[in-house]
Ligand binder design. Structure first.
Ligand code: BGC
Length: 381
């Protein structure tokens, strides 16, 4: 392990943020700094499955800071100043590995091999039927009992001048019931414009299905005591995929017009949530017509003055209002994480696509290279 390769810039950011974090939300007061590139520091964070876990801190020129662990390729915090220059994290996360080993509902993690649900944990490729563990009522959710979120990924800080890290994982043939050795990589880059860019790539040696996304929970106020129902949301989607009582799409693509699902013009999330049984937990069919990187979401909070824009190459987004958060988990500064304390905007292919031939395909064949990009862009006014 190389020591003392910290650049002057990275050293001053590290010192600035150590003091910042201690005085605000207790994000990280860590021990040994081990290896560093410009803009990225690496800290030992424990062990699990006989593998070493690290916490990487990416800092941009504005002093905004994102922390990522190679456990689950998880975003553990994203600290930025609000309109009064007070820094706080806009995502749910813990300041130690033990928080994640207690199995929170996918806080900040990369989920896969298949994010969201596959009905009854069964699907076919050609004539072969595959069976997955059913870990969510009768269905398979977020890759199974030990999905990508619970694996220790390999990680390398970027070797060029960008503030980024790349994580990779080999999901073996048969893991959680999925066919094919799948090589998957995720690259996180934090730009000086406060954009967190997430790039996924993957290839397989046997036909498989893939739906990989990040499961960050956002609360733009930086304080889980403020409900996200007061955030204002725009989703550029004229249609959504309705679900049955087990949250499996019915197969229909339904217009949002005249329904509580119409976010084509910005409105408060809480305005019509009462008319949606259980709260929002739905896939929105994005209006974008191709796989170019396009803006699909704008989320605003007046308390902090923060705005989050989402851009993606994917055809859908799962808008989930933290309906199942129930106070079981707490923030590093001891606040209970209750229902609607945070929300997800998971860019994705549609849930249960392997069983819905009319949905865009999630099949990945040998020789194909999967690539997708999502950008979360933060600003403050
Ligand atoms: C799902 C929810 C689920 C949550 C946490 C979301 O992506 O749509 O139904 O409760 O993840 O597992």
């Amino acid at each position: 392990m190389k020591k003392s390769t910290l650049s002057g810039i990275a050293i001053s950011f590290a010192i600035f943020f150590t003091s910042c974090n201690n005085s605000t939300n207790n994000q990280t007061t860590t021990t040994e700094k081990m290896e560093t590139k410009a803009g990225v520091t690496k800290t030992a964070w424990g062990n699990t499955d006989g593998k070493e876990v690290f916490l990487y801190t990416i800092t941009n020129a504005k002093g905004v800071q994102v922390k990522i662990s190679n456990y689950g390729a998880t975003i553990t915090s994203w600290v930025s100043p609000d309109k009064n220059n007070k820094p706080s994290s806009i995502v749910l996360g813990f300041d130690s590995l033990s928080g994640y080993l207690a199995k929170p509902p996918y806080f900040g993690a990369v989920v896969g091999r298949y994010g969201n649900r596959i009905a009854k944990g069964k699907f076919k490729i050609d004539k072969t039927e595959y069976t997955l563990a059913t870990n969510n009522g009768p269905n398979a959710l977020h890759g199974g009992l030990k999905g990508f979120d619970k694996q220790v990924w390999d990680a390398t800080p970027a070797s060029d001048s960008t503030a980024s890290i790349e994580l990779s994982y080999l999901s073996k043939d048969g893991e959680e019931g999925y066919p094919g050795n799948l090589k998957v990589a995720v690259r996180y880059t934090l730009t000086d414009d406060n954009e967190l860019k997430i790039e996924y790539s993957a290839s397989t040696d046997k036909a498989t299905v893939l739906n990989v996304t990040n499961h960050s929970y956002f609360n733009l106020t930086g304080d889980v005591n403020n409900s996200i129902l007061d955030h204002t949301l725009m989703i550029d989607a004229d249609n959504y995929t309705p679900v049955d009582t087990t949250l499996i799409p019915t197969g229909e693509i339904k217009s949002v017009k005249g329904t509580p699902f119409d976010f084509t013009k910005a409105k408060k999330i809480g305005l019509e949530i009462g008319a949606v049984s259980g709260g929002y937990d739905h896939n929105f069919v994005l209006n974008k017509k191709d796989s170019s990187l396009s803006k699909i979401v704008e989320l605003k909070d007046s308390i902090s003055g923060r705005t989050l824009e989402v851009y993606t190459t994917q055809p859908g987004v799962q808008f989930y209002t933290g309906n199942f958060l129930d106070g079981k988990f707490s923030t590093p500064d001891g606040k209970k994480i209750n229902q609607h304390a945070a929300m997800c905007l998971e860019t994705q292919h549609f849930p249960d696509s392997p069983n819905e031939p009319k949905f865009p395909t999630t099949l990945l064949l040998p020789g194909q290279q999967f690539h997708s990009v999502t950008v979360y862009k933060l600003s403050v006014k």
